[in-house]
Design a protein around this ligand. Structure first.
Ligand code: MF3
Ligand code: CO
Ligand code: CO
Length: 268
């Protein structure tokens, strides 16, 4: 039981109290700080396992908890998804090469609140087409956030992202979505990154959720590898993702996971 008066909507979406925004901001800011600080370590020759070890240390040093270690058997403090890996890439001992692009996704728990965010990074020199994909994906996320306000629907958010991505000749992954979060990691609703205006649940002040579009240069289809985690594009085309955790306010959205240093894709 919650000790405050937070309630569920008819769609099963929790409405949090004004006082709860502070807890989400603190958790979101730690996750975002970690994404700021890891940027300097993303260089050719570095392993994704070493990046994850640094992230694990920083979560511990902050007195926080990793939400992903032990989640459904996952053993790492981050997901690191390189090139055609769409999401849930497992950190390992393979070295980054010049021109690799990667998403680093970190979720921390601070005082019981969850902060979940990811960004794109590049190792060394990035190709024009990869840089373009990263910019489109970032801007697609921000289009989704612009549509996140009371009275709009989740379909409006998905539609804004889809129209932007497809008008730039990229495709939206359908197999993974954003999610409600707060005092739990994954809660209703499923936040789709495609959709039709006016469909799905209506947004209300006090809803907390992620938006985390995965956008591909090629086709949208994915498959999960034999490790049961790593999702890749079926056509091996490059994929990018950005994720913010947000809370709906009276007039729009507060982004809990904005970069403290004002960086968002800090490597260019
Ligand atoms: N952070 C991911 C998300 O955005 C979830 C990762 S679950 C893990 O929802 F187990 F793969 F880490
Ligand atoms: Co998420
Ligand atoms: Co995440």
């Amino acid at each position: 039981m919650h000790t405050n008066s937070s309630r569920l909507t008819k769609d099963g979406i929790r409405i949090y109290e004004p006082d709860d925004f502070g807890g989400m901001k603190k958790a979101g800011q730690l996750a975002a700080q970690i994404l700021d600080d890891i940027a300097a370590h993303v260089v050719p020759g570095q392993t994704t396992g070493e990046l994850d070890r640094l992230i694990t240390e920083w979560v511990d040093a902050a007195g926080a908890t990793s939400a992903t270690i032990g989640y459904k058997g996952y053993e790492h403090a981050s997901c690191i998804s390189v090139n055609h890996v769409v999401c849930h890439g497992i950190p390992g001992e393979k070295k980054l090469k010049d021109g690799d692009i990667l998403n680093i996704d970190v979720t921390v728990i601070v005082d019981g609140w969850y902060g979940d965010t990811s960004r794109m990074y590049v190792a060394g020199n990035v190709s024009r087409k990869a840089e373009r994909l990263i910019q489109i994906t970032h801007d697609a996320l921000m289009k989704g956030i612009e549509a996140a306000k009371p009275g709009n629907t989740f379909g409006d958010i998905g539609h804004a992202i889809q129209v932007y991505a497809e008008s730039n000749r990229t495709s939206v992954v359908r197999d993974f979505c954003g999610h409600g979060l707060g005092r739990v990691f994954h809660a209703p609703p499923n936040v789709l990154h495609y959709g039709r205006p006016g469909t799905e649940a209506v947004l209300e002040e006090g809803m907390f959720f992620t938006i985390e579009p995965m956008i591909n240069l090629g086709r949208p289809e994915t498959k999960v590898l034999a490790d049961d985690w790593t999702a890749v594009t079926r056509d091996k085309s490059l994929s990018a993702q950005f994720e913010h955790s947000i809370g709906i306010t009276a007039t729009g959205a507060e982004i809990f996971t904005l970069s403290p240093a004002g960086k968002f894709h800090p490597t260019f």
